[in-house]
Design a protein around this ligand. Sequence first.
Ligand code: CP3
Length: 354
Amino acid sequence: MTELKNDRFLRALRRQPTDTTPVWIMRQAGRYLPEYRATREKAGSFMALAQNPELACEVTLQPLDRFELDAAILFSDILTIPDAMGLGLTFVAGEGPKFERPLRSAADIARLTVPDMDGELRYVMDAVRLIRRELHGRVPLIGFSGSPWTLACYMIEGEGSRDFARAKALAWNDPATMHRLLDTLAQSVATYLAAQAEAGAQALMVFDTWGGLLSPPMFHEFSLRYLARIVELLQADAHARELPVVLFSKGASAHLEAMADTGCAALGLDWTIGLDEARRRVGARVALQGNLDPSVLHASPDIIRREVASAIDAFGAHPGHVFNLGHGVTPGVDPEHVKVLVDAVHEAGRRIRH
Ligand code: CP3
C-alpha cells in the first residue's frame, strides 16, 4: 500500500500532536459543487451515481482538488443497507429518500437478514478499493454507515420525517420487535464497516442523525446500546480493530460521557455544545470532531474566519481535535466560502500551536 502523505486526521483521532488542526466537512462532496452536479447529471440519479464505482470515486475526489482537506469520505449514503435488504430506495427530486417497501409489520422485520457484502453491497467495496487506489496516499479515506436507530427510523417511516413518529410508536408499543430490528441492523452495520475496512477504509464513522429525537432512557435503550455493540463487534474484527471509530449522534450532547464509554476513538459534535465544555467532559478519553453551525458558510469570509478561530481557541492547544461542521454542508453554499473555512482552520491551528 502507498504510504500516507498526510496523516494529520488519523493522528488527531489518536490524540497525537499534529502541525495544525486537520479538517474535513460532512457532505463535502455534494450539490454545492457545480462539478458534483455535472457528474450526478451524467449518472442520471443519486443511486446510479453511488452504485457506479468510477463515478463515486470521481465525486469523492472533487472536493480534495479544490480545498486542502485532510480526509476523504467515501461517496455513498447511509441508506444503502436498507436498500440492500430489499426496501427499494429512491430519491425523489427535492423530497429526499423514499422506500418502495417500508417496514409495516413484525413479519416484515422478522424476514430481514444481513445483506451480502460481496453481493448487493459489492459496489460499495469496489468504490472503496478504487478510491484508495486513486488517492495515492494523499489523505486517509473514511468509511461510514448509519446507526441502527437512524436506519430503523427511515425503514419504518419509509421516508424522511420531522419527528419519526411511526418509528417511535413502535419503540413504545412493541419494544421486542424494535429490538429485533435494531439487532439485525447492528449486525449488518458492523459487517458493512468491517468490509469497508478490509477494502481499504482507514477510519470509520457512524451517523446517528436521529439519536437526538429520543429521551435519555430511550436514547440508552434504542440508540446507544447498539452503537456500543457495533464498537465491540468492530474491535473483534481483524481489519476493523486497527481503525479509529467516530460516533456522531446529532442532538445528543447530553450523552457524551456515555458515548465515550463505548470505547470509540472520537465523538462527532453538533453545534449545540461548546468545544471547551465537550473537551472538559470527555476530552481526556476521546478525540472530538466538530462543530461549527453549517449556516456560518452563508456569512461573510471575515465572520467565517472569526468563528473558525474562536472554535479552535475553545478547544485549545491540545491534541485530539478534528475540525468539521456540526452537520452537513448545505446545497446553497458558495464553494469559495468553504475554501475560506478550510484555510482558516489550518491557519488558526498553526497559530494556536506556537
Ligand atoms: O459526506 C459526504 O460527502 C459523503 C457522502 C454522504 C451522503 N450522505 C451523500 C448524499 C454521506 C456521509 C451521507 C450520509 C447520510 N445520508 C445521512 C447521515 C448524515 C446526515 O446528513 O445527517 C443521512 C441522514 C442520509 C440520508 C439522506 N441521503 C437524505 C436525508 C438525503 C436527502 C437530503 C439531501 O441532501 O438531498 C440523502 C441524499 C444524499 N446523500 C445526497 C448526497 C450528496 C444528495 C442527493 C443528490 O445528489 O440529489
